[in-house]
Design a protein around this ligand. Sequence first.
Ligand code: SF4
Length: 251
Amino acid sequence: MNSIPGTRSDDTSPSGGPGGEGHVLAQNRVLMQIYELLLERFGPQHWWPGETPFEVVVGAILTQSAAWRNVERAISNLKAADSLSMEGILSLPVERLSELVRPSGYFNMKARKLKAVCSFLAETCSGDLARMSLRPLDEVRKELLSVYGIGPETADSILLYACNMPTFVVDAYTRRIFGRLGLVDPKEGYEDLRRFFMDRLPKSVPLFNEYHALLVALGKNICLSRKPKCGECPLNGLCARASGRQAMARY
Ligand code: SF4
């Protein structure tokens, strides 16, 4: 059976047991190993798919419960209406904004969310996201989380991909992949999962940027929710679920 050194819950040595120093160090190494394997397999992803930081903010809201192709249609509508800007969104009647973002689903709610985030940006940094990024991460994150419609995944996506601030984005793919690898409890709350990565990886914007994008590539193409293609997976040799299956197949 394959196992990740120092990460098994039955490792009871003083420094190697769960939470011990050796255990954490081993997990740090494994997280970087996973990153390298994904990078080797998929190559740099160069995220986020958006032309400007503001477009990233809009995309982070529109992508909630929506496929990216539908987000692209909504963003195209905003561009065609010359409204893909903070001022443009703030000046549109909410009904018109809803029409434009209709392809992304939940359009009435998303129109209100876009208005709310634009009001926030106008008040806090006059729409200058680079200025926002000069402030302490925890402070800006707390403020963003108080804006209507901004949950932790959306906030971290905005902070990382629009503001270039070093925060780790946790999404359903991250939860699924790391749960299957046996490195986290997939039922953990968002903040605990984010902390798991933040405590173990160097706080690097390029690393966090690529890491999240690579996990999305793996989750979309190989570690599928119903039938993961473990035989094609670059993480196969590290994966608790894959090794468990192999062990069961032998008996
Ligand atoms: S080996 Fe299978 S279950 Fe494990 S991460 Fe890869 S695809 Fe997912």
